[in-house]
Design a protein around this ligand. Structure first.
Ligand SMILES: Cc1ncc(COP(=O)(O)O)c(C=O)c1O
Length: 389
């Protein structure tokens, strides 16, 4: 048996993997234009931010888009815009990035965690069973780039009169039929963090077809000062400074031009992982019918017998030089932040999946050579585990 790199053996992959190069000629030129012009930011959005908003809205197929400082602030602004009351409930999948749920705490709302389905998104049957008389909004997440079961979730929302805020932070360009994520619910939220399918470094965007929501969102983004007011210094709501800078707006516009190409690269890499790993015992991601999945990342499940060894497995792969992460290592309710939420109901599939999950990267830094090395390293570590546990 060859010695694992974590135990001092030779790593399978020995080259450094560079960050995906986001800043290329188009982005560099766009930033230079902003710097030469001199306007770096504007209270209600400068010309680059406004154009980015219009172009993003057009791409997603909605009437309005509002740029923010991050996906988290997009989610916070959106949720705050529904004017919910303290103690009202928001339904959130148990497996997601923290801010899908923590924005509810910011608004003094209760979180009800919903189990996930076999595609790692909110389970519609569990969703319906978790609705109470205090439920007001649902935040489905299109996790890893795949649209959630929105046909069912939309039907449930309309039956119980609940708002839908889509967390599309990992699904720029994903579609259900012909409709883009971010255009399916009342409002959609995107992140442009470095690792996302398109980036502005940090940044976010809110999308909606509702003029009413659009006005409410602008109010929150801009310190509660309405655009209809004669003066900026008239505050009618608690608001924030969640304005995107012109530099981010300019990068975003350049990135949006490339989004389809960037997504094609991620999809190609995911298909290469499918081919490379399909003769292993790993549980590979499943595609929902009728969707375009933009493969933000590539989630993989270890066989159950290795569940207690997942953290070792991932560290061992990293030592072999393989880019791998665990997004996410536990359901959110298992973290101290959410431990005093009234909803203590457990979500069995979320518990099981997060104990066996690891995630592979699909961005443009990943080459076919890295994918083959990933397969080799996975086989090497699994063989070690089989011979030692
Ligand atoms: C599903 C999900 N929701 C929300 C966010 C928050 O976005 P940001 O990091 O831009 O605040 C992220 C990004 O990390 C995410 O992946």
């Amino acid at each position: 048996m060859s010695k694992l790199a974590i135990h001092g053996g030779t790593p399978v992959f020995r080259r450094n993997i560079t960050l995906p190069s986001v800043i290329q000629d188009a982005e560099r030129d766009a930033i230079k234009k902003v710097i030469d012009h001199g306007l770096l930011s504007a209270f209600r959005g400068g010309p680059e931010v406004k154009k980015f908003e219009q172009e993003f809205a057009k791409f997603i197929g909605v009437k309005y888009a509002v740029a923010t400082t991050s996906g988290t602030t997009a989610l916070h602004t959106s949720l705050a815009s529904f004017d919910l009351k303290e103690g009202d409930e928001v339904l959130v999948p148990a497996v997601t990035f923290v801010s899908t749920a923590s924005v509810a705490l910011q608004e003094k709302l209760n979180v009800r965690f919903v189990d996930i389905d076999k595609y790692y998104c909110m389970d519609s049957i569990d969703l319906e069973s978790k609705i109470t008389s205090r439920s007001r909004a649902i935040i489905p997440v299109h996790l890893y780039g795949q649209p959630a079961n929105m046909h069912k979730i939309l039907r449930i929302a309309s039956r119980y009169n609940l708002a839908i805020i889509e967390d599309a932070c990992q699904s720029h360009g994903a579609r259900l039929g012909n409709v883009y994520t971010g255009a399916l619910g009342d409002i959609g939220c995107f992140s442009f963090y470095q690792t996302k399918n398109m980036t502005t470094g940090e940044g976010g965007m809110i999308t909606t077809n509702s003029k009413k929501m659009y006005d409410q969102v602008l109010l929150r983004r801009e310190h509660g000062s309405p655009r209809s007011s004669k003066t900026w210094y008239n505050y009618i709501k608690l608001g924030y400074n969640y304005n995107m800078t012109e530099l981010q707006g300019a990068i975003g516009r350049a990135q949006l031009q490339k989004l389809n190409e960037l997504n094609r690269g991620r999809i190609r890499n995911a298909e290469l992982y499918d081919d490379a790993l399909n003769d292993t015992e790993l549980d590979l991601p499943k595609l929902r019918k009728g969707v375009i999945h933009v493969r933000h990342s590539y989630p993989v499940l270890l066989p159950k017998r290795y569940a207690s060894k997942r953290d070792f497995f991932v560290k061992a792969l990293q030592a072999e030089g393989i880019p791998v992460d665990v997004a996410y290592p536990s359901p959110l309710y298992a973290t101290p932040l959410f431990s005093d939420q009234k909803n203590t109901a457990r979500c069995p599939r979320s518990d099981d999946i997060t104990s066996r999950l690891f995630t592979l990267f699909t961005d443009c830094a990943i080459t076919p050579e890295i994918i083959l090395a990933t397969k080799e390293a996975i086989k090497k570590v699994m063989k070690y585990l089989d011979e030692t546990i």
